[in-house]
Design a protein around this ligand. Structure first.
Ligand code: PHE
Length: 340
């Protein structure tokens, strides 16, 4: 038996040495060390030997296995190197060729939409004011006229960091921050940014989305200023023929509160699937800043007034570019993103 091992060793090593390229390595391995390879089969037949010969045979064949494996690795390495030298000599790989250029990419559709919105409001004198996405219960709710247990809080479920800290559900807490920073100057700002809601994700709602809050505070600001501003925005963003409709609504931080609709751009107000037959699409909640909110921002409501509005960003982009599923925005599918 031990002689057979010696013979196997000699033959296997000669065969290994004789291999011409790395493609032949697999076959050798299979034949010698594979599941049905000669050495493996020999190892398995140890049971047939007389008991006293078994330990010596077992030891010798395990040693041989280690040896052949090492020989295989070494041979594989040198064959691969030889392959590479051959390839290089054949000139198959020209290492002096310049690399393939990586395209510069482009802005995400949300960023593009945000920039269009900034540009339109910039021309109307609104500057961009950034506020944090992680904010306090007090700013997101309390100072916006929603003390703890106020039922209107139910309109905005969110993700809580602690009892006091949360992911903001809207950009409205930025109103308080802007007022406290600019008081006692008049204000005209837009507050763009990400908002979060603990919501069921559907084609129309994500748990994460953008809003662009608008806030104007000054002397003698009225509802007509608000309506004029939003009409102007709709015409510049969606097209010059757009019409606006106002409905009464409720927000704790505006009084009176309104909901702003625009005639449906898909059917021109005729009624279709997107506007659910009504001919109108909701584009923003808005209203006159509530006296309590003005006061919380540092302004005397007897002297100052203001308006605020809060459209989303993805939904306007969906209308403008006729995208029918909001989940596409952050699904990271390049086939979608490259279209914009
Ligand atoms: N923050 C409100 C919302 O997210 C929208 C809004 C903004 C309403 C400003 C009025 C004034 O639903």
């Amino acid at each position: 038996m031990l002689e057979q091992l010696e013979l196997l060793e000699k033959e296997a090593l000669v065969a290994l040495e004789a291999l011409e390229d790395s493609d032949a390595l697999d076959a050798w391995y299979k034949q010698v060390l594979g599941k049905k390879g000669t050495l493996t089969l020999m190892l398995r037949s140890v049971g047939e030997l007389p008991r006293e010969e078994r330990p010596a045979f077992g030891r010798a064949s395990n040693e041989l296995k280690t040896k052949l494996e090492a020989a295989f690795e070494a041979r594989a390495k040198s064959l691969r190197q030889a392959d590479m030298v051959r390839e290089l000599e054949r000139g198959a790989l020209d290492v002096t060729l310049p690399g393939r250029p990586i395209g510069p990419g482009h802005l995400h559709i949300t960023t593009q939409t945000l920039r269009q919105i900034y540009a339109i409001f910039a021309e109307m004198g609104f500057q961009v004011y950034e506020a944090p996405e992680v904010d306090t219960d007090e700013l997101n709710f309390g100072l916006l006229n929603m003390p703890p247990h106020h039922p209107a809080r139910d309109m905005w479920d969110t993700f809580w960091i602690s009892d006091e800290v949360l992911l903001r559900t809207h950009t409205s807490p930025g109103q308080i921050r802007a007022m406290r920073e600019f008081c006692p100057e008049p204000i005209r700002v837009i507050l763009p940014g990400k908002c979060y809601r603990y919501e069921h994700i559907t084609a129309r709602s994500e748990h994460q989305f953008y809003q662009v809050e608008g806030l104007a505070v000054g002397h003698g600001i009225t509802m007509t200023d608000l309506i004029g501003t939003l009409t102007e925005f709709a015409r510049r963003f969606y097209g010059p023929d757009r019409r606006i409709r106002i409905r009464g609504s409720y927000f704790p931080f505006t009084e009176p509160s309104i909901e702003v609709d625009m005639d449906c751009i898909l059917c021109d107000g005729e009624g279709c699937r997107v506007c659910k037959g009504s001919g109108w699409l909701e584009i923003a909640g808005a209203g006159m800043v509530h006296p309590v909110v003005l006061q919380n921002g540092g302004y005397d409501p007897d002297e100052w007034s203001g308006f605020a509005f809060g459209p989303g960003v993805e939904r306007p982009a969906m209308l403008k570019y006729r995208i029918d599923d909001i989940r596409l925005f952050y699904g990271n599918d390049l086939r979608f993103l490259r279209q914009f």
